[in-house]
Design a binder for this molecule. Sequence first.
Ligand code: FE2
Length: 293
Amino acid sequence: MRIRSIELELPDRDSAVRFFRDTWGLLDAGERNGTSYLRGTEDIPYVVSVTESGEPAVTAVTFSGSKTELERIRRRAAAARVPLGPVRKFDEPGGGSGFYLEGPEGHVFRFVVERKRAKKLRPDRDRPLQVTHVVLNARDREACTRFAVEVLGFRLSDRTGFMNFVRCDSVHHAIAYAQSDNSWLNHIAFEMIDIDAVMRGIGRLKDAGIETFWGPGRHGPGNNVFAYFVAPFGAAVEYTSEIQRIGNRYKVGTPGDWKWPLNRNDHWGVSARNAAAISQAERKFSFRPLVAS
Ligand SMILES: [Fe+2]
């Protein structure tokens, strides 16, 4: 199982596509039925879809897996009486079939068995490889984590004072739940090939008039290098690299394991976090309820 893409609805699709392609570094992966698709350099058919809509929203965070993995999730979701869509085919790059389901706070996840992988492209320091994690705000992050573990079959990697990190493969986290008073999108993280690529990205965004609101820095849980920005269409997006790969014997961290010294909230301590910028970005992106997907 791996995280594959995020599906967005935005009032100005064309300008969002221009940002993702010309500034963020994604590549055009085509357009179908009014939806634009963008990809990174990994073998994933696309990593972001953008559909024009009156209100900004997330319609799903998409994972791809084997037929057996999807059948298991579907069985557990049905047993847990989780809102569950029908199995259907998807007309999109990579094709395949799958289904949507909804988590306890309205976070919509889609699971797809891909018909075919895309051709892997040559790694490029100015382009993301793929989407590597999505962070979701949660009113009750423990209930969301139980759902991710018990229904989706994910594993808890770490728990800090305000976030729970869960994984679906060896990457430290594919989803993290951030304790909040809402259930909106927190941010989308794109993996870069190395620190140099993250730093080049910071420069490229700066050239486009977009400063980081946090970063560059190195996180505690996951040990990844990060830089966060607010995209012109309103969502918080992250360049990241060197995310930790872990095995089944990884000891789940507790808030006591992730304490920072005073005035420090990452390993480097070279950049402060602009909390106002991220809460403004979060406000724009709620999940479209499953019935409407
Ligand atoms: Fe992140």
